[in-house]
Design a binder for this molecule. Structure first.
Ligand code: ADP
Length: 634
């Protein structure tokens, strides 16, 4: 009989299992039971539309049997089974290439990590077994096959006899060593505990014959000093409660159980940040168990990421990832929805139009929002951690669909406050505003430190107003869509009128502008096509010049939009602002008074480029700018 070789990755994983020092070896049972349950799911699902299966829901079960003396543990299921080809393909090749980025170096610490994080399916049997035999008969097939392996050297595949459809896995449990008690996996009591711990919510009964003893009836003619006699018997017991976790009420379930469930089901190794349960009756009847992940999946902000919730109809999985259940702004949520209003055989197309599903979706959206809000109010630190992971998505959510979801999301937003030096909500910002402050001020740019130093930012802070510092590309777009919060408009410190001046200051500025009207006209002409206007500034303290914008597009938004590859380039309506009390302005006035047009042009050019530099924008012609500065020094 030819021994077949494992595929390379499988062999590596197998080696790891066999030599594993991983302490949590008991998970092998969870893995095998979960495979059995999946196999039953498949056949049960089939039975709903195919009468030739000839089985009812209650016929399906998983049977566990331990023989201490022979050191044999058997797990039998009456699921869909495997054909010869499937045995070869499924057990000869590692199936989980996606979730497991396999490392070749066998560093012990890493091994533990891999096993701990993902669970490793069928091969984990080799952590406890010196030989694994799988006898399987696939549904619809007349023949059975036996797959057998003692480990890394390979496996054999031979014809076998099996009366019923399904799979029987036999493990020869390893001998105990100095450090390792393998015999426990033959002990009934231990097995019961392992099943309860990991597989309690498996939907099919997991049964085992348990050895028990009972007191015999006392004989009628028992003597005075009769000692009770006992007899041994066996009884088939169902070990798991079978009620899916999401059908149990929240106070019945321990937090660890939820965490464990989440990690196993959604392949995460971090506990969820929050568990959300929801059951509703009435217009839409469903149970939902949702999780907010504790970290963002590595592909979360890419096209590869697929949102969706697992959808069950009366306890049977009908869709692995139902995208229609989750709005995009909550695409990070993982979980399960189980509804009895849905038909098992509903197609994807029908599902999209299903009004029941829409009701569920809307009610889940509200629920998620409320939970996030509660987290924000009661567990701020945790919420900030959440915000680090998924805040960006909420901001996009505000902006998308022309702000259709901004009402829902606006109170979940956090922004960095320049005065508080921490993240604040819009409500917190507004609460601390004084009577006289009319707008919510913000500055947008690369980083918080630079932003706080912007001339206009300093001016706002000096006035005693707080300022939101926006450093993500989506931020300003998000605020623009919101327009205002509690009737306070958002105001970019670098665009338009800041509204900081008193009436007198305004009048004085108007007078000064009038006085230098010709000068500004000349400067504007010199910068034709570059700026829309040249003005006296109300936002400069010590700097001679700055760039601001008019209209809906800010300088920062221009930068963001133009950074998108292959985008049509946009330009904000730039305004060059001059500081009327700066010596540079005197120089300009002098040049104008002397009628030196060339000089004035050169100054205009220099100041414009300086303003670009301050804004962190590229100067149009660096060489020409450098030459102009040098010439001035000569
Ligand atoms: P996974 O379960 O993550 O796919 P496994 O290595 O545990 O990875 O199993 C590989 C495949 O073998 C399964 O996907 C399934 O198709 C098949 N399989 C395992 N156990 C059984 C079983 N008891 N009955 C039917 N098929 C099984």
């Amino acid at each position: 009989m030819a021994v077949k070789q494992f595929k390379a990755e499988s062999k590596k994983l197998l080696d790891l299992m066999i030599n594993s020092i991983y302490s949590n070896k008991e998970i092998f049972l969870r893995e095998l039971i979960s495979n059995a349950s999946d196999a039953i799911d498949k056949l049960y699902f089939r039975s709903l539309t195919d009468s030739s299966v000839g089985m009812n829901r209650e016929d399906f079960k998983i049977l566990l049997a331990a023989d201490k003396d022979a050191r044999i543990l058997t797990l039998t299921d009456n699921g869909i089974g495997m054909t010869k080809e499937e045995l070869e393909k499924n057990l000869g090749t590692i199936a989980r290439s996606g979730s497991l980025d396999f490392k070749t170096e066998n560093k012990a610490a890493e091994d533990i990590d891999i096993i701990g994080q993902f669970g490793v399916g069928f091969y984990s049997a080799f952590m406890v077994a010196s030989r694994v035999t799988v006898v399987s008969r696939a549904f619809g097939s007349e023949e059975a096959w036996k797959w057998e392996s003692k480990g890394a050297e390979g496996y054999t595949l031979t014809p076998a006899d099996k009366e019923d459809v399904g799979t029987e896995i036999t493990l020869v449990i390893k001998e105990d060593t100095e450090n390792e008690n393998y015999s426990q996996f033959l002990d009934e009591f231990t097995l019961v505990n392992i099943v309860k711990k990991y597989s309690d919510y498996v939907r099919y009964p997991i049964q085992m014959y348990r050895h028990k003893s009972r007191m015999k009836d006392k004989p009628e003619d028992a003597p005075e000093d009769y000692k009770p006699e006992y007899e041994e018997y066996t009884e088939l017991e169902t070990l798991n409660s079978m009620v899916p976790l999401w059908k149990r009420s929240k106070d019945e379930v321990k937090p660890e159980e939820y965490n464990q469930f989440y990690k196993e089901k959604f392949f995460d190794y971090t506990d969820p940040a929050r568990v959300i349960t929801s059951r509703t009756e009435g217009t839409a009847t469903y149970n939902a168990l949702l999780f907010i992940p504790g970290r963002a999946p590595y592909d979360y902000y890419t096209r590869e990421y697929e949102k969706g919730l697992q959808l069950y109809a009366s306890g049977v999985l009908i869709m692995e990832k139902c995208a229609d259940l989750l709005p995009d702004h909550f695409s990070f949520v993982k979980g399960i929805v189980d509804s009895q209003d849905l038909s098992l055989n509903i197609s994807r197309e029908m599902l999209q139009k299903d009004s029941q599903l829409r009701l569920i979706r809307n009610s889940l959206e509200k629920k998620i929002k409320n939970e996030l809000n509660a987290m924000k109010n009661n567990e701020r630190e945790k919420y900030e951690e959440f915000w680090k992971n998924f805040g960006r998505q909420l901001k996009f959510g505000c902006y998308n669909d022309y702000g259709a979801h901004s009402e829902l999301l606006k109170d979940l937003l956090l922004f960095y406050s320049a005065r508080e030096k921490k993240l604040v909500t819009l409500e917190e910002y507004v609460q601390k505003m004084g009577e006289e402050q009319k707008c919510i001020y913000y500055a947008a740019g690369e980083n918080v430190e630079q932003l706080a130093k912007l001339p206009a930012a300093e001016l706002v802070l000096d006035k005693g107003y707080d300022l939101l510092l926006l450093t993500e590309d989506v931020d300003e777009f998000c605020l623009q869509v919101l327009r205002s919060y509690q009737d306070k408009e958002f105001k970019n410190v670098n665009s338009g009128d800041l509204g900081l001046e008193t009436e007198e200051e305004k009048k004085a500025a108007e007078a000064a502008a009038e006085e230098n009207k010709d000068l500004f006209e000349d400067l504007q002409k010199a910068l034709e096509g570059k700026v829309k206007a040249v003005k006296l500034s109300g936002r400069l303290k010590s700097h001679p010049v700055c760039l601001s914008s008019e209209g809906p597009l800010s300088l920062e938004m221009e930068k963001v939009l133009n950074a998108v590859p292959n985008s049509q380039k946009v330009q904000s309506e730039r305004v060059l602002e001059l500081n009327g009390s700066h010596p540079v302005f005197e120089a300009l006035k002098a040049a104008k008074a002397a009628g030196d047009e060339e000089k004035l042009k050169k100054y205009a050019y220099l100041l414009y480029n300086q303003a670009l530099l301050i804004e962190g924008m590229p100067v149009e012609d660096p060489l020409a700018y450098a030459d102009a500065v040098c010439e001035l020094m000569k």
